[in-house]
Design a protein around this ligand. Structure first.
Ligand SMILES: NC(=O)c1ccc[n+]([C@@H]2O[C@H](COP(=O)([O-])OP(=O)(O)OC[C@H]3O[C@@H](n4cnc5c(N)ncnc54)[C@H](OP(=O)(O)O)[C@@H]3O)[C@@H](O)[C@H]2O)c1
Length: 310
């Protein structure tokens, strides 16, 4: 079984290698999936660069997000069968031909969703859903500003907030204005042309910084109403210029993937969730390296997906 692994932390073209791995045994609670697509996330890039300070053994196979076809099912997973087209959320190891994952981390892929969209939905979708539904809920207030509204997470946060009837201010670069407006934002500001914090000063009950590496805290705090809620997916601002409730969002064991997947796929089937794919690359080591290098720069909006042709 072919997998794409890192042999250490460092530059993508120096550490990625193709390895041949032995298939794992499937126990009662797990399923085996032949992977059709996997997504590359900013998290994978930071991990490969050695920024996540994890203690691991090499070679190590990255990747949490993917979609494929079930090839073996543990006896304790009666809801799935061989041949099902599924979406999965793994702890790690989706950069390859096959994966064995717990049954509760797998959901049926809607027939109308492509395998590329399915892989691209996973981490951004779970993040957006848990943030909007569990962290915020009704505490979001009426007006929410989403910075990084063109991003994988930000674009889904915008759509979930609109589905909940919120007024949404979106910020992104000028080149992504049309994409963000098409997601349904009520107001837009291009951060590379104006300061959104000045344009929409003191208007947001909640500000969500979904930019890569939390780059917009100064303008975000200007957007915030005094006493509002400020959420960052990465670092919170160290120098706080406005009184408010400052919260870091991160994964939690109390969030159930099945619940989020069901809500997200239902919205997709109802035509209320658009998933943006930037590029689909072939199932090759060079594609993995290319995807990592693109994410290190300032890539076009949308997910980078690696797809295996059968
Ligand atoms: N805490 C968690 O649980 C969690 C989960 C998922 C992701 N994350 C993190 O959240 C961040 C976003 O992830 P993603 O997958 O959505 O990434 P993405 O698709 O690459 O989106 C990045 C966003 O950042 C914006 N951006 C890039 N450079 C910027 C700058 N200099 N100023 C302002 N905005 C800028 C982009 O806007 P333009 O392209 O329009 O410029 C885009 O909207 C990443 O840092 C990721 O690691 C955290």
């Amino acid at each position: 079984m072919k997998r794409f692994a890192i042999k250490g932390f460092g530059a993508a073209r120096e550490v990625f290698e193709e390895i041949e791995a032995n298939p794992r045994v499937v126990d009662a609670s797990h399923v085996r999936i032949a992977i059709k697509t996997f997504a590359v996330n900013p998290y994978d890039v930071a991990f490969r660069q050695g920024k996540m300070s994890q203690s691991i053994e090499f070679p190590y196979v990255l990747g949490k997000d993917g979609a494929g076809i079930v090839t073996e099912v543990g006896i304790g997973v009666p809801e799935l069968k061989v041949g099902d087209e599924v979406i999965f959320h793994a702890l790690t190891g989706s950069y390859g031909e096959e994966i064995v994952v717990p049954g509760n981390k797998v959901v049926l892929k809607p027939a109308e969703m492509s395998f590329a969209e399915a892989a691209g939905l996973v981490t951004p979708g779970l993040t957006a859903y848990n943030l909007v539904t569990h962290l915020l809920g009704e505490a979001a207030g009426e007006v929410v500003a989403v910075q990084g509204a063109s991003g994988a997470v930000g674009s889904l946060v915008v759509q979930l907030l609109k589905a909940n009837g919120k007024t949404v201010i979106g910020t992104a670069s000028k080149r992504n204005e049309e994409l963000v407006r098409n997601l349904g934002v009520d107001h837009f500001a291009a951060y590379d042309q104006v300061d959104p914090g000045k344009v929409f000063a003191d208007q947001a009950d909640t500000v969500i910084d979904a930019t890569k590496g939390s780059r917009t805290s100064e303008s975000g705090m200007k957007l915030l109403k005094a006493g509002g809620t400020y959420i960052a997916l990465n670092d919170l601002p160290t120098k706080r210029t406005k009184a408010g409730n400052y919260v870091h969002f991160g994964p939690s064991r109390s969030y159930q993937d099945q619940e989020a997947f069901e809500a997200l796929t239902a919205l997709y089937k109802a035509g209320k969730l658009k998933l943006t794919i930037a590029e689909i690359l072939p199932f090759e080591l060079t594609s993995v390296i290319t995807a990592h290098e693109k994410i290190e720069g300032h890539p076009n909006a949308g997910k980078l997906i690696i797809q295996k042709e059968q």
